[in-house]
Design a protein around this ligand. Structure first.
Ligand code: CMX
Length: 132
């Protein structure tokens, strides 16, 4: 089993959500960036054992915009940290999982990332990431 890297939470307003986590949980903001490949703006909040990724769309075609319109703010995905995303995708494919990304791409923090469809993962959108 791989370590959990972060929990992705879709939010309508990034600034307000960062303030909420800082005030409500005493959490620390460690990183913020626009992820062009995902049409999102994200902020990482540090917990002692894991990160929370707050994500909001920065273009209307973002998958997060569709998610927010359908579900509202809330849990969006779980991300596991793996040593080799390509190898993990091959393993997931061999087990019959429905890959969203057939090959890894560049995600937040310069990591290589890939998503697997929630319908293959017990209803949870699942990301694998590899530090580069
Ligand atoms: N978690 C669980 N289920 C989800 C979901 C999510 N985040 N997003 C969609 N679904 C479900 C929907 O509820 C729907 O289920 P039903 O058919 O039972 O109604 C089904 O998946 C299809 O959803 P949809 O609203 O029609 O959306 P799409 O099929 O167009 O897209 C998905 C869904 C997962 C393929 C798309 O969001 C995607 O490609 N996601 C991966 C990329 C991504 O999310 N990037 C943002 C994060 C970037 C970052 O971390 O930087």
């Amino acid at each position: 089993m791989y370590p959990l890297d972060h929990v992705g939470i879709a939010v309508e307003n990034l600034d307000e959500s960062i303030t909420f986590y800082q005030r409500q949980l005493g959490a620390q903001l460690i990183h913020r960036e626009i992820v062009a490949s995902q049409a999102t703006e994200v902020a990482f909040i540090a917990l002692p054992n894991c990160l929370i990724e707050l994500l909001t769309p920065n273009r209307p075609e973002s998958p997060v915009a569709k998610f927010l319109a359908k579900h509202g703010s809330g849990l969006h995905h779980l991300c596991y940290r793996v040593p080799d995303v390509s190898a993990e995708l091959a393993r997931q494919r061999s087990l019959g999982a429905m890959l969203i990304d057939g090959t890894p791409r560049k995600g937040a923090r310069g990591h290589l990332i890939a998503f697997v469809h929630p319908k293959s993962m017990n209803g949870v959108l699942t990301e694998f990431c590899q530090a580069t």
